[in-house]
Design a protein around this ligand. Structure first.
Ligand code: F6P
Length: 504
C-alpha cells in the first residue's frame, strides 16, 4: 500500500463514529448529502444522508481517491487506455453511449446503425412474420436485457422476448411452450461465442425449429457477439451477425448488440433514449469533481461499511415491480467486478473487497427478510430504489402505499425504537440510501444502470483492483469440462456424487 493510501485509511479509521441521529442534528445534513440530477428522462434524487459519512469522511475519502489516482484512472477509462491490465484490454462500454475515445465512439455508432437497420427490418417484416424472440445468453449476455425488457416493455412490447440462460433444459422448454416456431426468431448472445450453456441451448433451439417444420432454421437466427467470425463459422449468415467490440466487458454489454432484444421489444427510439440516459450519467461522472460526484460518493459509503464497519453484504430493494430483476443484475455487476483478492500489482488486497450483493422487491421483502435488517446481528447497508410516477393505472392508493412503505423502512432502520421487552426493541442507527426517480423510463433506467457501473468502477479504483476481469469463474468451468470429458479423477466426495447421479 502506498504511504498516501495507508495515511488516508488511517485517517478514516481514527475518525469518530457519530450516530445517524447525531448527524441529523446538523440542519444542513439533508442538503449536503442528497442531490438531484436533471436527466433526459426526468429528475433523479440520490439521498445518502442516512449513511454514517460526514464532512470529515468525505475529506478523508477524497484523499484516498487522490492517492489511488482516481481522476487519472477515470480519464484513462474514457480515453480507451488498457486499464483492464490482466487481459490487456480497454474498457469502452461508455463509447456505446457516445462518451469516450473518438474512434471508439465512431465505431460504436456504425455498429449501432447496423443493429438499428436489422431491428427495423424485422419490425417491418423482412424476416417474415415474427412475434417472438428467444434470446439465448447467460451472465452479462442475459441479465441486462432481461432487466431492461422486464422494466420497460410491460405494456406495449413490439415483440415478446423470452430470455433463456440456464443450461437446464427446463428453461428452454418453457420458452418453446410459449412460442410458435413459425413466428419465432432466435438470438444467440455471447461475447465469446463459446459459452457452453449458450451454445448448447442454441443447438437445441435450432433442432426445435427444424423439428417443427422450419426449413431454414439458421435463417431464423441472429448472432450477437464480439467474435463475428465464430458466429459465421457456426452457421449464421453474416447479415444477421451483429458484432461489438472486444473492449466491452460481458457485464457491461447491454448497450452493445447484446441489447438487440431490448431494441426489438421497445423499438429503436426507446433504445436510443436508454443510451442517452446512460450518457448523461457518464457526463456527470466524468465532469464532476469531489464528493458531488455521485457514483464516487456511493462507492465511498460502500467501502466505509465493508472496510470500516465490517459489513459483509449490501442489499438493494426496488420498491417497483418493474425493477424486480435489478438486484440480480447488480449481483453480477458488483460481485463479478469487485469480488477479488489481489490488487492491480498482484499483491494481496488491503481489506475486504466487494460485499455480497443481495436484495429483492418491496414490499414483498418486508414480509420475508426485513426482520434481519431491523433486529438481526448483521450490519446491512441498504439501498432503496423507487419511482414517483406509478407504473400502474390502478387506484393511486397502491402507489401511495408502496412509496410510504419504502420511505418508512429507511426511517425505521435509522430511528429504531426502544421497548421494555428486548424482543420488541429496534436498535436503529442502521444505514440506508435512497434513489428516487421521477419516472421510470428508458432514459432514467439507462442512467440508473450507468450510475451503478461507475459506482462499481470507483470502488475498484479505491481498492486498487482490476474490476474488469473475472478469472474466478474459470476453474469451475474447467472442472465441469473435465467431468463431461470423462477422464479426470476428483476427490472422493465428487466422485461419489458423479457415480450416484450416473454421470460417471
Ligand atoms: O462465466 C462468466 C462470464 O464470462 C461472464 O463474465 C459473461 O457475462 C458470461 O460468462 C457470458 O459470457 P459470453 O457472453 O461470452 O457467453
Amino acid at each position: 500500500m502506498s504511504d498516501a493510501i495507508s495515511a488516508a485509511w488511517q485517517e478514516l479509521e481514527l475518525l469518530p463514529k457519530p450516530t445517524l441521529k447525531a448527524l441529523f442534528a446538523d440542519p444542513a445534513r439533508l442538503e449536503a448529502w442528497s442531490a438531484r440530477l436533471d436527466l433526459p428522462g426526468g429528475t433523479v434524487r440520490f439521498d445518502w444522508s442516512k449513511t454514517h459519512l460526514d464532512a470529515a469522511h468525505a475529506a478523508a475519502f477524497l484523499k484516498l481517491a487522490d492517492a489511488a489516482g482516481f481522476a487519472a484512472r477515470r480519464g484513462a477509462m474514457f480515453a480507451g487506455e488498457h486499464i483492464n491490465t490482466t487481459e490487456d484490454r480497454a474498457v469502452e462500454h461508455t463509447a456505446l453511449r457516445g462518451v469516450g475515445r473518438e474512434t471508439s465512439v465512431e465505431e460504436a455508432q456504425a455498429l449501432h446503425l447496423r443493429m438499428q437497420s436489422l431491428v427495423e427490418a424485422i419490425h417491418e417484416g423482412a424476416l417474415g412474420e415474427t412475434r417472438h424472440l428467444i434470446h439465448i445468453g447467460i451472465g452479462g449476455s442475459a441479465l441486462g436485457p432481461a432487466l431492461a425488457i422486464d422494466a420497460l416493455a410491460r405494456d406495449e412490447a413490439k415483440m415478446q422476448v423470452h430470455v433463456v440462460s440456464n443450461i437446464d433444459g427446463c428453461a428452454l422448454e418453457a420458452a418453446f411452450k410459449a412460442c410458435d416456431p413459425a413466428t419465432t426468431l432466435i438470438a444467440v448472445a455471447s461475447k465469446t461465442f463459446t459459452t457452453t450453456e449458450t451454445m448448447t441451448n442454441a443447438m437445441s433451439a435450432l433442432d426445435w425449429l427444424r423439428q417443427n417444420g422450419v426449413e431454414d432454421a439458421y435463417g431464423r437466427v441472429v448472432a450477437l457477439t464480439a467474435y463475428p467470425d465464430k458466429a459465421v463459422e457456426w452457421g449464421v449468415d453474416e447479415t444477421r451477425v451483429l458484432p461489438f467490440s472486444e473492449s466491452v466487458g460481458g457485464r457491461y454489454s447491454l448497450w452493445s448488440s447484446i441489447g438487440f432484444p431490448i431494441a426489438l421489444a421497445l423499438g429503436w427510439d426507446d433504445f436510443a433514449e436508454f443510451l442517452d440516459g446512460a450518457a448523461a450519467m457518464d457526463r456527470h461522472f466524468l465532469e464532476t469533481n469531489g464528493f458531488a460526484n455521485l457514483p464516487l460518493r456511493a462507492a465511498c459509503a460502500d467501502l466505509y461499511y465493508t472496510r470500516l464497519r465490517g459489513a459483509q453484504t449490501r442489499a438493494c430493494f426496488a420498491y417497483d415491480e418493474r425493477l424486480r430483476l435489478f438486484p440480480s443484475y447488480l449481483q453480477q455487476l458488483e460481485m463479478e467486478s469487485n469480488g477479488k483478492s489481489v490488487k492491480l500489482d498482484g499483491s494481496p488486497v488491503d481489506g475486504p473487497t466487494a460485499p455480497i450483493t443481495w436484495g429483492g422487491v418491496g414490499t414483498d421483502a418486508q414480509h420475508a427478510v426485513f426482520q434481519l435488517l431491523h433486529q438481526g446481528t448483521n450490519l446491512v447497508p441498504v439501498d432503496f430504489i423507487a419511482a414517483i410516477i406509478p407504473g400502474d393505472s390502478l387506484d393511486p392508493a397502491h402507489h401511495r402505499n408502496l412509496l410510504a412503505n419504502c420511505f418508512a423502512q429507511g426511517a425505521a432502520l435509522m430511528a429504531g425504537k426502544a421497548a421494555k421487552d428486548p424482543a420488541r426493541a429496534y436498535p436503529g442507527d442502521r444505514p440506508s440510501a435512497a434513489i428516487l426517480v421521477e419516472d421510470l423510463n428508458p432514459a432514467t433506467l439507462g442512467a440508473l444502470i450507468a450510475f451503478h457501473e461507475h459506482r462499481t468502477f470507483c470502488a475498484g479504483v479505491l481498492m486498487q483492483i482490476n474490476s474488469f476481469d473475472q478469472f474466478g469463474v474459470e476453474l469451475g468451468k474447467d472442472i465441469a469440462r473435465a467431468i463431461v470429458g470423462g477422464a479426470a479423477v476428483f476427490d472422493a466426495s465428487t466422485e461419489a456424487l458423479l457415480a450416484e447421479a450416473g454421470i460417471k
